[in-house]
Design a protein around this ligand. Structure first.
Ligand SMILES: C[S@@+](CC[C@H](N)C(=O)[O-])C[C@H]1O[C@@H](n2cnc3c(N)ncnc32)[C@H](O)[C@@H]1O
Length: 210
């Protein structure tokens, strides 16, 4: 794992002018990496790399990189910010020789069948006005991906009760909420961030088709 972390950290430091504009990328410039990233790494290394991967909100490709590193060949990712998408694709090309796997597009209604759906470090209320709409949006991603074998989903946890305009209360979900959303699935979970040690609390869920 450290080898991949070192590759990414070196890439970030060599292209610091791009990355320094995005505060959250600092966590990838030095070791150790955030827990959620390590958890995705641990999950990915147990999976067959012949499976297809769809990542929503790929950013600079740090999570898609995990799958590329493990030899997955069929990766599609979506990043709505065209500049970030361009840099993410350059990173994946330079390190792994993969070209244009990140699409410069908002992921919403596209039907793309996949085996593994990934939505981590990407909790946005966007057009949702309440909790029901937010939960429905996360479930609709799963449906549009045609019920993948695995959904790796990280959300802001309901235990986080501070006032926070970026992460309104209705997007903070409990395990009970996730169980309601995916009633026929096997659900495992890990805390990834814990307030007040971190700025907020988050939980990563592995949602498996039973
Ligand atoms: C905080 S970054 C994290 C990127 C990546 N998941 C990671 O952990 O390295 C979240 C990114 O998701 C993108 N994003 C959010 N919602 C999206 C959507 N529906 N479709 C495409 N990109 C989206 C944002 O533009 C942002 O660059």
């Amino acid at each position: 794992m450290e080898r991949l972390q070192t590759l990414l950290a070196e890439y970030i430091s060599a292209h610091n002018t791009y990355f320094s504009r995005h505060e959250w990328t600092k966590a990838f410039a030095t070791l150790p990496y955030p827990l959620y990233w390590n958890k995705v790494y641990d999950i990915a290394k147990t999976l067959s790399n012949s499976k297809t991967v769809l990542e929503i909100g790929a950013g600079f490709g740090f999570v898609s990189s995990i799958f590329a590193y493990h030899g997955f060949k069929q990766i599609i990712a979506f990043e709505r910010d065209s500049e970030i998408c361009k840099i993410g694709n350059e990173l994946l090309t330079e390190i792994f020789g993969i070209s244009s796997c990140i699409r410069s597009e908002l992921y919403g209604m596209q039907n793309i069948k996949t085996d593994i759906l990934v939505l981590v470090n990407c909790s946005y209320a966007d057009n949702c006005k309440n909790k029901q709409e937010y939960m429905s949006k996360l479930v609709s991603y799963y449906e549009k991906a045609e019920y993948p074998d695995l959904y790796i989903l990280e959300v802001i946890d309901s235990s986080y009760s501070e006032k926070d305009d970026c992460f309104p209360e209705f997007i903070r979900l409990s395990r009970h909420d996730i169980e309601q959303m995916f009633p026929n699935c096997i659900i495992s979970s890990w805390p990834t961030y814990q307030y007040p040690i971190n700025k907020k609390s988050k939980t990563l869920y592995l949602i498996e088709k039973s």
